[in-house]
Structure formats: structure tokens, C-alpha cells
Design a protein around this ligand. Structure first.
Ligand SMILES: Cc1cc2nc3c(=O)[nH]c(=O)nc-3n(C[C@H](O)[C@H](O)[C@H](O)COP(=O)(O)OP(=O)(O)OC[C@H]3O[C@@H](n4cnc5c(N)ncnc54)[C@H](O)[C@@H]3O)c2cc1C
Ligand code: FES
Ligand code: FES
Length: 1378
């Protein structure tokens, strides 16, 4: 064993042997793949194990067992040295467009499961690894495998449906007697077994299993479709209704025997010699991996200050986010003695390096063999591991790492403490000692009793006794892959109903995992009965009390959870114990103990097929696959940061303000500039043009001059050789501040009257008279939190100064190329034509890359000009979240008057938005909010104000819906308040107040589409079987005290168009080359919404050529100038018309050739025209016939047209924890004649799930001094795979061509997001039912998002009553809302 020499790193990547004799151990596997091997398929979405975009498969060979193991892992947290002598498979290694796709890649693409595609390689690799281990998984296996993967675009449904085709169940169905014929049938009957359950094969009418289903559907169809003859089965009209967005029969077969084998050379190498210690040293880090305890001791004696590392999931995050530095890391992952797991006489012994996945497998396997009573703590561990991180983390994280980290919210420590486990340590001399992991093991926040020279060797978990009962609980913000808010484990030893012994431990209630010692002692010798319960509740409330403002916040909720968990434990013991001394549990109370039942996801998508006589080459109306989907699935799609480095390229890192409001006393970059590899520091003094940014008002400094107005504001930037040096140097720039008082929240801003001007006002009728004629009046307020865009690809840009003159080429992930161009030109002080912006695709935008991308690109352009070299920057996730703003938080204060039967008479309302430190688009957002306040309702008398609050948080900005969802939710909340007040159902109140045909909006725009709104509403009620389910919900609620259900329907009426009239324009430039191929350029940016695909469909129809002859390369300002942003859902409308106009010109020019030689082909006509010197390129320009709204005269029409929809959602809540599950959602949406139903349905589902996040899950926390605390997927939770409705049905309204827009279609991207409000109001209904059981009647305030905390606290009961909210102003809160 030599500790002197370095080893050569050897691993295999996609079958290729990689040897590196000078590896930098600081690199992660992801950086190595992307930077050194130029394999850019694996993406960087967060760098902290929270998104799964970097997922790869790591395979290893065990020379003793001869077993090959495949695991999915986060490449961003895997140290490169960790894969020494292993095989890594990336998305590029399993298939490619050139060599053929792997079925996993093909199916996600063809099932429309890839929109922006940034998450796709990670999802592909998770699925691939699952199949390598289990080639016929169940749907549960598939859902589990995706626990660590996020997607912000698709809403997950299409991914699950595409991959359902790998399951055994699916394949059994496909082998049904009839189905094999169907696969070969060119025109299979469009039918699926579960009433259109997508992803399943069509079934022939006479299939043995289908008769009943068929009968049901026929009846349903005939009823629901009246006599329209639209159902696929009964259609004899021209356009059928289809339920199939993809044809599984087109999928290539999956043959697991054809998978790539583990590299034989690596097996030989591993067989040839015993595993050896390896050491790598470079750039200030020594990384050593011993293989046995003896070696470990020697290493630790040589490096007494070394840090042990196992799975690196904790240390990796510390290094990345907390910037911790460890000069010597000693990996214990391969130490044999630490990898043993076995059963012994007293229980199970688990080596400290055994991964959580292995523990789960081992315990599951042995629990089947052992008597149940012995395994109660094992069962609790297995259950808990399901909710512990995602699979990629569990595959590498060791149990020792979890224990030693000593996090107060560790999920395992409460169980291990309660179970009475012991820990076995060994020091560097080989001396062993054993310690119980009990109360005194954790000595402080992340501190424990382990000595510095000790290593944790193993954990011993005893069997439970016959008389013992054991349970563990966890509550998190999100169910999958989230850290606990509070967790707990309980053990009680009952002898004849009397407590003989007990233990209880809680996480999230103190700086360490805490045992409830007093309570445990108190109950010894007591009967397990109601009086014990009452006493424990009182005792735990005292023992686990939290001071207001305690770290972690949510104090009342956390304390309530402690009691709720014990209550659940108490009841579950009563349920499982049959003893005369133990009270029986009432049927209604059992609802406290049963977990949510989440069935397999099922779904239907219904859309109208094209007419029978539509030309087969005309793709409009067909569910064409997103044109980049295959590249995205193979990792070949190129995003900005995937571009090959330019020669001489440097990297830029931003220096961000750490203060929300302060004067800058000085900035000192001296030590940063003295670092090797640093080229420059730039700040406001380097801006040759204007330092001011802003699309409407130039009120934002690019680089702060003498004052900072938010945390995250740019103060300067460092240019260096690479990212690592640039970021390190940026941290060394010293900034001295003088604090000023910040304004963070809307309430602060109102108190200080801090508003941007103007204050908006819209009026109608006479509100005073309206209130006088009202029977009832309600006054109240509602808050809606902000929403992070969480595009998977963070802001990124490359600026390339041209050699000649002052030209600059910029590759930017931006939604508004014109704004990027003009901003850069302004800061550089050059004419616009000297800046060209190019964008190929975005890994998601959602409004967050409309204006906010300009700060980065402008700073980069200045720095690139200054150093005269190409420059790159991709913000880290935390930098992105800290600096780029979000959807606006809103506060609505209202007074509404209505009649006894619920009809609105008068509304006075003030909307306040938290606009942040600069105006950005806040004024337009507020306009849109005011215009949409009324949603689908008639408001006779209104007085509405809009205030944009100026605060010291980063400027908030556009986000899908642009102020509308916030306004809609406030209006719908009024509907729910009115319904509670009138004792009528919410749907009755909504329907009663609907706009009627012929009525106008309250700002006097005539609406032609009211009848479509009504159709959506009626169809949605019918399709969802609303009435029947409403009574079932009532029945469920009457039988269950602790679980409640709610059902809600909401309508949507959405005005389409930019409120700034000049922006309602589109432009295109179409080139036909001599060979007939067509290059299409337009002003729209592809960010996953399928715009390029739709535009090619439009061009294909207009030119009457197949879509595969048309290509779009990128969007750039030197091809199509002065464009509008790709935003507001109107890009297809505007650019589509422009494309059509350009193509019509070209089609016309070719007409003589077509007429002359009708028997020739397109390319012949093109070639002939070219020879005749006919111009084969054309531009198209389109503007909508909009007048716009004049705010001075309050006249005019702001919107081109309206689109409508409706959604019904049913939820179940756990009243004791605030958890919920969405049982079913039905959506009916008007999209006119869909250009591409797969894309449109994808937008509906994706938008809905994003809205679901907005209204139930996603929440930012700010420190009272204005620092964002929720910077990354670890703390900010977007919906994950298992958050989607268990049943998810979407129908496009049929037979509604829309004459105002290209191909009779309608806008789609933004509107459906609000339909997720149906979940919010279903939750509110469920809470209402819970409150009624406690005797609390009438309306109550539920702010958005309806998080578990808000749901629990709104379900007031005897537990929550113990923790009244502390009086504001008497304490400093841990976090606040903005
Ligand atoms: C995305 C993500 C999600 C997560 N979710 C959860 C969750 O749901 N619940 C939860 O509880 N935790 C969670 N964690 C935290 C973390 O994954 C766990 O604590 C994990 O078990 C750490 O194990 P590791 O092997 O990766 O530790 P490492 O990062 O390798 O090490 C952690 C600490 O343990 C020490 N250590 C490791 N092995 C030994 C040993 N044998 N002897 C002495 N010291 C040792 C190290 O020196 C270090 O201080 C999550 C982390 C991430 C990144
Ligand atoms: S980039 Fe690795 S998990 Fe997000
Ligand atoms: S397709 Fe999943 S993040 Fe965009």
C-alpha cells in the first residue's frame, strides 16, 4: 500500500476505456463527462441531487460473487474518483439517432413525454437502469424509480403512459386474443380498454374482454355526446373523437438480451488482482479509497485531519452550496468491513457504508422469512426509506453518513433511537467501542459523541419483541423526495394493555433528534387508554414546545404534528391490539390511520381527429411528435451550455449583493484579481453605454453603483479561465455595506406606501348603490404566494465578440431576442445591428427568460467586450433563484355584496402585487390581473385598484398566465366565500353568476365565446360525473373523521393577446432551396412548447409538402428582426399567421410551374422556378386587428379573443397532517381546431401541474432581512411524478373552429394553468367538512398555496388549539412571505 504515488484513474464510459493519469479529484462525474469527455447529454439542473437531470447508470462487478450491479446515480454528486474501476453509462451510450434509439428513448419521445427536453436524458437513464435490473417492472416500480427526477414541462402523465408499455401488465394486455391482429391492422379501431386509457393498445370490438366496457362506453358516449355522433365507435360523421395520442404498435420491441454487456476487459482487470487502495491528488484535494479497515486506519493516521466520505450526498452538497473545503477525503464506500449486512441472534447488523437501497432490499427479503413481530422496526425503516430522498440518492448514500451527519431532520435517526440501536466504532488503533444511539449520542446541531479518530463501523438494530409495537411517521412539504418538516418514531411495549416500556423520538423539533424522555417515563405502568392519550397530548405539548420564531419556522404546525403523530400511533395500536383494557377504535377514527390509497395512474385524452378527406401529407390537426424529441431523448439536443467551447473562451461568475437594501461603501476585488487564472473584474464603471435596464421603465441598474436594492443584485463579475476559478474569485470580492431598512413583504410596502406609479383603477356601475342593494356583504383578504419558474435549464449565455468593428454574437437562452439585442446594444453603446442574438432552444422558460435573461446576457456582453474573448456563463441553481425574480405574490383585499341567493351585486377590491426592486413587467402583469379579475362572471358594479408594490426583493416578472392566475384565484375565492355564506354549493354560485351570451366584461369588451365557456362547463360536469361523485364525497366525509374529501369545479375565461398593442405582431422568413428543402425562420423561440413543430405543420399545409422537407434551425435577430417575445401563448397565433403568409407567397410563385407540369414533383417545380430566376424566399408579417385598451379614457379592447375551459378535481386530505392527494381531475378545454392535439394536450397537462404547484405546494421563504432561504430543489418543491392526479382526463372541445387564428386554432400555453385552482377549492371544501365535524361553521381564510401546513392548521381541532399563533411583533419570525 503506497500513499506516496497517485494512481491512474480507470473507468469505462459507454463501453470505452478511460484512463486519466492526472485526474482532478475535485471534479464530479458530471463535470468530467461534460467538460472532459464532451458528453453533454447528462444535464446540470441543480448540482445538489434534487432534480435528476444528471442521472447516469453506474455498474460495478463483484469479483467474489461474480455479480454485476447497476444503479442509477446523480452524476452531479458522484466524485469522479468514485467511479474508478466501474462502468458508467450515459444517455449517449444507449442509443443515438444515427445508430438507432433505445426503446426507452423512443417511447418517451413518441409518447410525447419530452417537451423542452432538459429533464429527458435523466428520466431516460432512470428508466433504463430500472429495466436493466427488472425488465418487466410494475407501474409502482416505475413511479418509485422516478422519485428523484423532476420535469417542469410535461406534467409527467405522458412519460408514465409511454413507459407503461414496458410493464408486464401492459404486455399481458397486449397479448390479449384480439390484440395481436390489431397491431397489424392499419386502421385499428380507436378504442382502449379503460374508457380510453391512453398508452394501451386499441381493442377490437369483439375482444373477449371488451364487451362490457364497450357497452358502458357506448352508453356513456351516447349520453354525453347527445346525438352528435362524435364517439369513435359510433362516428359516421367526418371527424372522429380519438383517445390515442400515440400508437404503441409503432414502438420497437424491447429485448433485454440485446443490452450492452459489462466491459469484459474490466471484469478481467478486476478478476486479475485483489481490490487495492487508490489515491488521487491534484488542485488541493487528496482523495483516497482504502478497501479494508487496516488500510483505513493507516490512511487516517497519515492524514489525521482527513474527512470520511461514503456516498457524498451530504458532503457533495456541503462543498457545492456551503462552499466547504476538505483537503483530504477518505472514501469508506469500498471498505469491506463496512459493507456487511447480516442477521444475527439479536437483530440485524448493518455496515456503515451499506447503502440505503441495499438495506431496503435486505430487510424486505428477510422480513418475508422472519416472524412479523420481530420485524416491526424493520418495517418502519422500509416504509421510511420509501420517502427518503430519491432512488439515485438511496443507491449511493450510506446509513453511516445519515447517522453521523446528525441532521435534526434525519429520517433514520428517530427510528434508530427508538428501536434501541447500538453503534459500533473503531479508532485508528483498532480499538472498538459500542454506544447506544440514544438521547445523549447527539451532542448539538450536527454534532455527536464519535471521537475524531473513530470510524463508525456498523449499526445493530434489535428485533422487536412480541409485546412491542412500533411505528414511524414523516411529514414533508412534498411526499416524494423531500426532507421532513417533522418526523417521529414510537415504540411501546404493552403487557396486558399496560405500558411496560416505551420510547419516542422526534426530528425537526430541536437542533438534534430529540427523545420525549419525560413523556416516555410518565406513561410507564399506565393503561393504554383515553386518559393516557389525553395526558400524553398535554405532556408532549410541553416537552416538544417551540418558541415563536424558532429555527425552521412553522412552529404551531410542527407542534401540532407531534400530537397528530402520537394520536395516529395511539389509534393504530388500538386497532392492531385485541385486549379488553385497550379501547376499540370507532370506524370513523380509523381514518386517522389508513394511508392514502394511490392507485395506478390512469388517464384519458380525447381530441378530434382530422377529417377523413384531409390530405395524408397535411400534418395539421395530427398528434405529430415534437420535432426535437428524438434528439432530446438521446442527449443530442444542444442547449447553450452544451455548445463546444470557442477557442480562447473564458468563464464569467457574478458577484451578487448579500444585502436587501444598503449603501455600498466599497468594493474590493484585489485578492480575487490576484488569483491565478483570473482575467478581470468588471462592474458599473466598465459599462460603455447605459447601465440602466428595463423594457418599459429603465429603472434597474445592471451593476449596482452606490446602493443595492435586493439580495442577488449584480454588483460585478469576475472573468476567469474556468467556472471553478471564476466562482471562487467572485466569492473573494469584498463588499462593504451600510445597512438601510428593507421592505420585503406586500404588507410592509402598503404600510410604507411604497408603490410604483401609476396606481391602476377600473370601474363599472356604482358600487355604493350595489352594496346598498345587497343582502349580504363579506369583507376579507387573500394572499397568493410567488412562484419560482424552476425551468430545468438555468439562465445561460455565451457572448462572442467579433473580430471586426464592434459586432457581438450572443447565444442566449432567452424568450425575447429583440429585448436581449436592444439591451445589449444599449449597455455596449452600439447600434442594434451590431448585436446578433441566436437561440436554438430553451430548457424551459415559462416567462422567466423573457426579460430576466437580459441581466446575464448584458453583463456577459460587457465582460466579453472588455476582455475581447468569448465568454460563457450558466448560473448555478442557487444564483439563478436568488437573482432572477419569480411570479408576483399577490394580496387581494375585497368587499363583496350579494343577494341571499348568491348573486354578486357589488365588488370593491384592491390588488397588490409584490413587484420587487424594479418595475420590469409588473405594470403589465397588474393590468392583466385587473382585466381578468372577473374570470367568467358578470359583475354589475365594480371598483378595482391595482398597486405594484416596490420592495427590496429581486424584481418579479412574467410567469405563465401573467397575473391572471392570481386574479382568478381571488375571484374564485369570493365564489367559495359566498357559497359558504349562502349555504349553497360552490358550483351553484358559480353558475348563477356566469356571464350570459351578449354580456361584456366589466371593462366593456364584448365576448363572443360565452357559449363555449358554457359548453366546457357542462361537458366537464357530465364527463366527471359530478353530481354522483358529490354525493359520494358527502358520504365519505360522514364516515371518516380524519380524512376528508372535496370536489370542486371551476371555469376559465381567458383573454388572449399582449395588452401592449405593438407587440401583437409576428414575422417569418421562409427560404426554399434549389433541391426543394425549406428553411423556416420566424420570431418565436422553441422552449418545449412545440412551437417549431406547429410552425412546420402550418408551412407544410400551406406549401402542400410533407413536413419532413421543412426545417427550422434556430431563431436569430439577424434573420427575423424586431420580434415580439415568445410569451403570452400567442406565438403560434402570431408567427403561424406570418409563416402562412410567407408560404402563401411562395406557393403562388410556384403556381405556374405546378400548372404547367402537374405530374412533376415539388422539387422539380422549385428547380424550374429557380432556373427561371424566380425568388424563392419570402417574408410574412402579421398583426392582429387589435385596438388595445386606453387607460386614460378606459376604452378599447385589450384582447384579440377569449378562450375557455373548465376543470373538476377531487382531493382527499389528511386532517391530522395536512397531506393531500388528488384523486381525479377532468379538464375540458377549448383550443379551437387544434394544430397538434398532442402538443396542446401536453400544454394543458403541463400547465395544470405547474398551476397545481402554484396553488398547493411551491412556496418561497424569506428571512426578515430579505434573503431567499429556499434556493434550490432541496427547499423549493415543485410537483413530482406522484403528485399528479391519480386519474387525469383531458378533452378538447370538439367542432369549434376559430376563425380569427391560423388553421382555426386557439392559444393554449398559459390558460390551463389556472384550472389547477379546482384542486385548491376542492381542498377548501374538504377542510370545510373537517371544520364542520369540530362544530366550526362558515367561511375561513385559506391562503395559497394550500400547503400541508395551511391545510392542517385550517382543520382546527383540539390539537391545533393548543398552539395559537403568537402575536405578531412580539417575536422575530424565522421566515416571512414576500
Ligand atoms: C437530494 C437529497 C435528498 C435527501 N433526502 C434525505 C431524506 O429524505 N432524509 C434524510 O434523512 N436525509 C436526506 N438527505 C441527506 C443524505 O442523503 C443522507 O444523510 C445520507 O444518508 C448521507 O449518506 P452519505 O453516505 O451520502 O454521506 P456522506 O455525504 O458521504 O457523509 C456524510 C457525513 O457522514 C460522515 N461519515 C460517512 N461515513 C462515515 C463512517 N463510516 N464513520 C464516520 N463518519 C462517517 C462523513 O464524514 C460526513 O460527515 C438527502 C440528501 C440529498 C442530497
Ligand atoms: S443536476 Fe444532478 S440532480 Fe440536479
Ligand atoms: S421536458 Fe421535462 S423539464 Fe422540460
Amino acid at each position: 500500500m503506497s500513499l506516496k504515488e497517485n494512481n491512474i484513474l480507470i473507468f469505462f464510459c459507454n463501453g470505452q476505456k478511460i484512463t486519466d493519469d492526472n485526474v482532478d479529484p475535485n471534479l464530479t462525474l458530471l463535470s468530467y463527462l461534460r467538460l472532459k469527455l464532451r458528453l453533454t447529454g447528462s444535464k446540470l439542473g441543480c448540482g445538489e441531487g434534487g432534480c435528476g437531470a444528471c442521472t447516469v447508470m453506474i455498474s460495478s462487478y463483484d469479483r467474489l460473487t461474480k455479480k454485476i450491479t447497476h444503479i442509477s446515480a446523480n452524476a452531479c454528486l458522484t466524485p469522479i474518483c468514485q467511479v474508478h474501476m466501474m462502468a458508467v453509462t450515459t444517455v449517449e451510450g444507449i442509443g443515438s439517432i444515427k445508430d438507432g434509439l433505445h426503446p426507452v428513448q423512443e417511447r418517451i419521445a413518441k409518447a410525447h413525454g419530452s417537451q423542452c427536453g432538459f429533464c429527458t436524458p435523466g428520466i431516460v437513464m432512470s428508466m433504463y437502469t430500472l429495466l436493466r435490473n427488472n425488465y418487466q417492472p410494475t407501474m409502482t416500480d416505475i413511479e418509485d424509480t422516478f422519485q428523484g427526477n423532476l420535469c417542469r414541462c410535461t406534467g409527467y402523465r405522458p412519460i408514465l403512459e409511454g413507459y407503461r408499455t414496458f410493464t408486464k401488465d401492459y404486455q399481458n394486455e397486449a397479448n390479449c386474443c384480439q390484440i395481436r391482429d390489431d397491431v397489424n391492422n392499419e386502421n385499428p379501431v380507436r378504442w382502449s380498454k379503460d374508457d380510453g386509457l391512453n398508452g394501451r393498445q386499441c381493442y377490437q370490438v369483439n375482444c373477449c374482454q371488451m364487451q362490457d366496457d364497450l357497452k358502458n362506453l357506448k352508453e356513456h358516449s351516447v349520453n354525453s355526446q347527445s346525438n352528435d355522433n362524435k364517439c369513435c365507435m359510433i362516428s359516421n360523421g367526418k371527424r372522429q373523437i380519438s383517445t390515442k395520442l400515440f400508437q404503441p404498435s409503432e414502438f420497437m420491441e424491447y429485448d433485454p438480451t440485446q443490452e450492452k454487456i459489462f466491459p469484459p476487459e474490466l471484469i478481467l482487470m478486476l478478476e486479475r488482482e485483489e481490490p487495492k487502495l487508490v489515491k488521487f491528488e491534484r488542485n488541493g484535494l487528496t482523495w483516497i479509497r482504502p478497501v479494508n479497515l487496516l488500510q483505513l486506519s493507516v490512511v487516517r493516521n497519515n492524514f489525521p485531519n482527513s474527512k470520511l466520505v461514503s456516498g457524498n450526498t451530504e458532503i457533495g452538497v456541503d462543498v457545492k452550496l456551503k462552499k466547504m473545503q476538505y483537503p483530504v477525503l477518505v472514501s469508506v464506500s469500498h471498505v469491506t468491513e463496512l459493507n456487511n449486512i447480516y442477521l444475527c441472534e439479536t437483530g440485524v447488523s448493518i455496515g456503515a457504508s451499506v447503502t440505503l437501497s441495499r438495506i431496503e432490499d435486505f430487510l424486505k427479503e428477510n422480513m418475508d422469512k422472519l416472524p412479523d413481530y420481530q420485524c416491526k422496526s424493520f418495517a418502519a425503516i422500509v416504509d421510511m426509506l420509501h420517502w427518503f430522498a430519491g432512488q439515485q440518492i438511496r443507491n449511493v448514500a450510506g446509513i453511516g453518513g445519515n447517522i453521523i451527519t446528525g441532521s435534526p431532520i434525519s429520517d433514520l435517526n428517530p427510528i434508530l433511537m427508538t428501536a434501541g440501536c447500538t453503534l459500533d466504532f473503531a479508532d485508528t488503533r483498532g480499538v472498538h467501542r459500542s454506544l447506544p444511539i440514544a438521547e445523549h449520542f447527539f451532542t448539538g446541531y450536527r454534532k455527536n459523541a464519535m471521537k475524531p479518530n473513530e470510524t463508525l463501523i456498523s449499526i445493530n438494530i434489535p428485533y422487536t419483541k412480541k409485546t412491542e409495537h412500533f411505528k414511524a411517521f414523516k411529514q414533508a412539504h412534498r411526499r416524494d423526495d423531500d426532507i421532513a418538516i417533522v418526523n417521529a418514531a414510537f415504540r411501546v411495549d404493552l403487557h396486558d394493555g399496560v405500558v411496560h416500556d416505551s420510547s419516542m423520538a422526534f426530528g425537526g423539533m430541536a437542533p438534534t433528534t430529540k427523545m420525549a424522555k419525560q413523556t416516555m417515563n410518565k406513561i410507564i405502568g399506565r393503561y393504554w387508554d383515553k386518559s393516557l392519550l389525553d395526558d400524553v397530548i398535554v405532556s408532549l405539548a410541553n416537552e416538544m414546545s417551540l418558541a415563536p420564531g424558532a429555527p425552521g419556522g412553522m412552529t404551531e404546525y410542527r407542534q401540532s404534528l407531534v400530537l397528530s403523530f402520537f394520536f395516529k400511533f395511539y389509534l393504530s395500536i388500538n386497532q392492531e391490539t385485541c385486549n379488553k383494557n385497550i379501547p376499540k377504535v370507532s370506524p370513523s377514527d380509523t381514518s386517522a390511520t389508513f394511508p392514502f390509497k394511490r392507485d395506478e395512474v390512469k388517464s384519458t385524452q380525447m381530441f378530434q381527429e382530422v377529417a377523413n378527406d384531409q390530405s395524408p401529407i397535411d400534418p395539421v390537426g395530427r398528434p405529430l411528435v415534437h420535432l426535437s424529441a428524438y434528439q432530446q431523448a438521446t442527449g443530442e439536443a444542444v442547449y447553450v451550455d452544451d455548445m463546444v467551447a470557442f477557442q480562447n473562451e473564458l468563464y464569467m461568475a457574478v458577484v451578487l449583493s448579500k444585502k436587501a437594501h444598503a449603501k455600498i461603501k466599497y468594493v474590493d476585488a484585489t485578492s480575487a484579481l490576484s488569483m491565478r487564472g483570473v482575467h478581470a473584474f468588471i462592474d458599473h464603471k466598465d459599462v460603455p453605454g447605459s447601465n440602466l435596464l428595463g423594457e418599459i421603465e429603465q429603472d434597474e441598474e445592471l451593476f449596482a453603483t452606490d446602493k443595492v436594492t435586493c439580495v442577488g443584485q449584480y454588483i460585478g463579475a469576475i472573468v476567469a479561465d474556468n467556472q471553478e476559478i471564476a466562482q471562487r474569485a467572485a466569492r473573494m470580492v469584498r463588499v462593504e455595506y451600510q445597512d438601510l431598512e428593507p421592505i420585503i413583504s406586500i404588507e410592509d410596502a402598503i404600510a410604507k406606501e411604497s408603490y410604483f406609479k401609476p396606481i391602476y383603477r377600473l370601474e363599472k356601475g356604482n358600487v355604493t348603490n350595489g352594496f346598498e342593494s345587497s343582502d349580504k356583504i363579506i369583507e376579507g383578504e387573500m394572499r397568493i404566494g410567488e412562484q419560482e419558474h424552476f425551468y430545468l435549464e438555468t439562465q445561460s449565455c455565451i457572448a462572442v465578440p467579433k473580430q471586426e468593428e464592434d459586432f457581438m454574437e450572443v447565444f442566449s437562452a432567452a424568450q425575447d431576442l429583440y429585448l436581449s439585442q436592444t439591451t445589449i446594444a444599449n449597455v455596449l453603446g452600439v447600434k442594434y445591428h451590431k448585436v446578433n442574438i441566436r437561440t436554438k432552444r430553451l430548457g424551459g422558460g415559462f416567462g422567466g427568460k423573457e426579460t430576466r435573461s437580459c441581466n446575464l446576457s448584458a453583463a456577459l456582453a460587457i465582460a466579453a467586450r472588455r476582455v475581447g474573448r468569448p465568454l460563457r456563463c450558466m448560473l448555478d441553481r442557487d444564483e439563478d433563484m436568488a437573482s432572477t425574480g419569480t411570479r408576483h405574490a399577490f394580496l387581494g383585499r375585497y368587499k363583496v355584496g350579494f343577494s341571499n341567493d348568491g348573486k354578486i351585486q357589488s365588488l370593491k377590491i384592491c390588488l397588490y402585487s409584490n413587484s420587487g426592486n424594479a418595475l420590469d413587467l409588473s405594470a403589465s402583469v397588474m393590468e392583466c390581473a385587473l382585466f381578468h379579475l372577473q374570470n367568467a362572471y358578470h359583475l354589475p358594479n365594480v371598483d378595482a385598484y391595482g398597486y405594484c408594490c416596490k420592495t427590496n426583493i429581486p424584481s418579479n416578472t412574467a410567469f405563465r398566465g401573467f397575473g391572471r392566475p392570481q386574479a382568478f384565484l381571488i375571484m374564485e375565492n369570493l365564489m367559495s366565500e359566498i357559497s359558504f355564506s349562502c349555504g349553497m354549493t360552490q358550483n351553484m354560485i358559480r353558475e348563477l353568476n356566469f356571464l350570459q351570451v351578449g354580456q361584456s366584461t366589466y371593462y366593456n369588451q364584448k365576448i363572443d365565446e360565452v357559449h363555449l365557456l358554457k359548453r366546457c362547463w357542462d361537458e366537464c360536469l357530465e364527463k366527471s360525473d359530478y353530481e354522483v361523485r358529490q354525493s359520494k364525497v358527502a358520504e365519505f366525509n360522514s364516515l371518516n373523521r380524519w380524512k376528508k374529501r372535496g370536489l370542486s369545479i371551476i371555469p376559465l375565461l381567458y383573454g388572449v393577446g399582449f395588452t401592449e398593442v405593438f407587440m401583437n405582431k409576428g414575422a417569418a422568413f421562409v427560404i426554399i432551396y434549389h433541391d426543394g428543402s425549406v428553411l423556416l425562420s420566424h420570431g418565436g423561440v422553441e422552449m418545449g412548447q412545440g412551437l417549431y413543430t406547429k410552425m412546420i405543420q402550418v408551412a407544410s399545409r400551406t406549401l402542400k409538402i410533407p413536413s419532413d422537407q421543412i426545417f427550422t434551425d434556430e431563431t436569430s435577430t439577424n434573420k427575423v428582426p424586431n420580434t415580439s417575445p415568445t410569451a403570452g401563448s400567442v406565438s403560434s397565433d402570431l408567427n403561424g399567421m406570418a409563416v402562412k403568409i410567407a408560404c402563401e407567397k411562395l406557393y403562388k410563385r410556384l403556381e405556374p410551374y405546378r400548372k404547367q407540369k402537374p405530374d412533376k414533383t415539388w422539387s422539380d417545380w422549385v428547380a424550374a422556378a429557380n432556373m427561371d430566376r424566380v425568388s424563392l424566399f419570402a417574408t410574412g408579417f402579421y398583426k392582429t386587428p387589435l385596438t388595445g385598451f386606453d387607460w386614460t379614457t378606459k376604452t378599447g379592447e385589450p384582447f384579440h379573443y377569449f378562450t375557455s375551459g373548465a376543470a373538476v378535481s377531487e382531493v382527499e386530505i389528511d386532517c391530522l397532517t395536512g397531506d393531500h392527494v388528488v384523486l381525479r381531475t377532468d379538464i375540458v378545454m377549448d383550443v379551437g381546431d387544434s394544430i397538434n392535439p398532442a402538443i396542446d394536450i401536453g400544454q394543458i397537462e403541463g400547465g395544470f401541474i405547474q398551476g397545481y404547484g402554484l396553488f398547493t405546494l411551491e412556496e418561497h421563504h424569506w428571512s426578515p432581512r430579505g434573503e431567499l432561504l429556499t434556493k434550490g430543489p432541496g427547499f423549493y418543491k415543485i410537483p413530482s411524478f406522484t403528485d399528479i392526479p391519480v386519474e387525469f382526463n383531458v378533452s378538447l372541445l370538439d367542432g369549434v373552429p376559430h376563425t380569427k387564428v391560423v388553421c382555426s386554432s386557439k392559444a393554449i400555453g398559459e390558460p390551463p394553468l389556472f384550472l389547477a385552482g379546482s384542486v385548491f377549492f376542492a381542498i377548501k371544501e374538504a377542510i370545510l367538512a373537517s371544520r364542520k365535524d369540530c362544530g366550526i361553521d362558515g367561511s375561513f381564510c385559506l391562503d395559497s398555496p394550500a400547503t400541508a401546513e395551511r391545510i392542517r392548521m385550517a382543520c382546527s381541532d383540539t390539537f391545533t388549539e393548543k398552539f395559537p399563533p403568537p402575536v405578531p411583533g412580539t417575536f422575530t419570525p424565522f421566515f416571512i412571505r414576500s
